[in-house]
Design a protein around this ligand. Structure first.
Ligand code: SAM
Length: 276
């Protein structure tokens, strides 16, 4: 593959890639930026389309990078050797990663979510913090849940901050986009339990043994889970708190709820042992 050598930070391609830090530009292009060789390899192994690959000369000889360059060619992408200054410009870091990939985004609609082949989907209503969203995507991957359904006006899972927090899990966790209205209508066809997490109930999460497949609904960081979504839950649960905190962080609450709800149906510890 012909590798371009780019040394000027004002090169038009570099300017275009830099613009991907803006949501508007990510939406227009359908692309997003991933930092680090490990995450780029993850994208490659999971078949995501690699449109640009920027790397520093110091990594050029690595076999893994060579594989990424070859993969970029099969995706009809562009591989570029760039300077440290350009990598710093693209990644906003003083000590930037020496490899940056630009991949195509993948979103799904609710048609993708089939109750008969699902164990658990996490439903996030108007999640606003990209760090929370990325952490939840990583947790969904870790527990082997099926994916994330974003309801209403949510932050972008493909923002730099969210992608960083996913640590590569974004490639293996399907993301569904929907509106509250569409979600409520679709939920009528769901065959398992629909669990709402909220402070507006006294039901302890340990009292509920959910029927698979599960929809686990989490609320917005400020407003919590809306009345409309609480209404369509088969159970609402609360994670009891003893101190003065009035709630848990959204991603922490999601992690605790996922482990608690999935353990009986999924047997996480057994699954891990069998892969060791
Ligand atoms: N002020 C909001 C409220 O009244 O719900 C707090 C929202 S909390 C930061 C964000 C989300 O995390 C909640 O909507 C809920 O899904 C979940 N959450 C946080 N703490 C929880 C708890 N103790 N019990 C159940 N869910 C909790």
């Amino acid at each position: 593959m012909a590798i371009k050598l780019i040394t000027s930070p004002s090169n038009p391609v570099i300017k275009d890639l830099k613009a991907l830090e803006m949501r508007k530009r990510r939406k227009e292009t359908g692309l997003f930026l991933v930092e680090g060789l490990r995450s780029v390899i993850e994208g490659m192994e999971l078949g995501a389309t690699l449109k640009y690959l920027a790397f520093h000369q110091s990594t050029a000889e690595k076999t893994d990078l060579q594989n990424c360059i070859a993969y970029c060619e099969t995706c009809k992408g562009m591989a570029m050797e760039v300077t440290s200054e350009i990598l710093a410009k693209l990644s906003h870091k003083d000590n930037p990663q020496s490899v940056i990939g630009v991949f195509e985004q993948r979103f799904h609609s609710l048609k993708y979510v089939a109750p008969e082949t699902s164990t658990c989907w996490v439903v996030l209503e108007q999640v606003r913090d990209p760090g929370n969203l990325g952490t939840i995507i990583r947790t969904v991957d870790a527990v082997g849940a099926d994916g994330v359904i974003l309801v209403g006006a949510c932050c972008d899972p493909y923002s730099v901050e969210a992608v960083r927090a996913t640590m590569g899990s974004l490639f293996s966790v399907p993301i569904v986009l929907t509106t509250q209205e569409e979600f409520i209508a679709w939920r009528a066809g769901w065959t398992g339990d629909v669990i709402g997490t909220t402070l507006q109930t006294s039901v302890d999460f340990r009292e509920v043994t959910p029927k698979k497949p599960i929809l686990l609904m989490m609320g917005n960081e400020q407003a919590g889970l809306s009345e409309a979504l609480r209404q369509i839950a088969t159970h609402c649960i609360r994670l009891p708190m003893n101190g003065r905190a009035d709630s848990l962080n959204l991603s922490v609450a999601t992690g605790i709820a996922l482990y608690a709800l999935l353990e009986p149906v999924h047997n996480l510890s057994k699954a891990e042992k069998s892969t060791q």
